[in-house]
Design a protein around this ligand. Structure first.
Ligand SMILES: O=C(O)/C=C/C(=O)CC(=O)C(=O)O
Length: 206
């Protein structure tokens, strides 16, 4: 049996959660390594040798270190759980589109709005809330008549979108107007191996 991959993460980070979630869904042997963001562990050695960008998550798989949550999902799917990443070029491009959405308007929208309430970030929440609403409007329309974002089975796209979308209400972005999105979140939560992200308003600001 290959040795466990190490997932360096923070329990309140949605980027970290998507990697942990996928490791569970893919049945990938892993261990979680908590990074103390409060003390700035991610901005010092030895963490910076793993990821010079100073961000969680990072995985170590043997001698290989990979950062960027979506890059990690693609790596893990290709290596350990290929059913989660289509090889058809059109479907793969569709998956990539949603990974870009997760790294773009979801990160700058719902995730950033949550930074204010959970982590006490000093920024105006109105702009990220508007970005979140625009992204969710598009997702809601896309999901009309679909169970999953791409194709007929769950892919890494659904995992990448899940964490910050499910936790958008923590940033005061309501999901009440988005029944299709709530349906997708419920389907993800019903998959074998699902683990919730820690949900608390006691974050770094506390
Ligand atoms: O790995 C990513 O895709 C992005 C990570 C970050 O932006 C770091 C964070 O701020 C976070 O973990 O939420």
């Amino acid at each position: 049996m290959p040795s466990a991959i190490r997932i360096h993460r923070h329990p309140l980070s949605g980027h970290s959660h998507r990697v942990e979630l996928f490791a569970k869904f893919g049945g990938i042997n892993h261990e979680l390594v908590d990074v103390d963001l409060l003390s700035g562990e991610h901005k010092k050695e030895p963490f910076l040798s793993l990821n010079p960008a100073g961000q969680v998550p990072v995985i170590e798989d043997g001698d290989t270190a990979i950062s960027d949550s979506n890059a990690i999902l693609v790596y893990l799917a290709r290596k350990y759980a290929p059913d989660w990443l289509p090889t058809d070029p059109v479907l793969e491009a569709e998956v990539q589109k949603f990974l870009s959405l997760a790294a773009g308007d979801i990160a700058h929208g719902a995730a950033t709005a949550r930074l204010v309430t959970v982590f006490g970030a000093q920024l105006d929440a109105e702009r990220p809330k508007a970005v979140a609403k625009s992204a969710f409007d598009r997702l809601e329309t896309h999901l009309d008549g679909r169970d999953w974002l791409v194709g007929t089975t769950p892919t890494v796209a659904d995992v990448a979108i899940y964490s910050y979308t499910a936790h958008a209400p923590e940033g005061n972005v309501s999901l009440d107007d988005y029944p299709n999105i709530r349906g997708l979140l419920s389907r993800v939560e019903a998959l074998p191996g699902f683990v919730p992200m820690q949900s608390t308003k006691v974050g770094l600001a506390a």
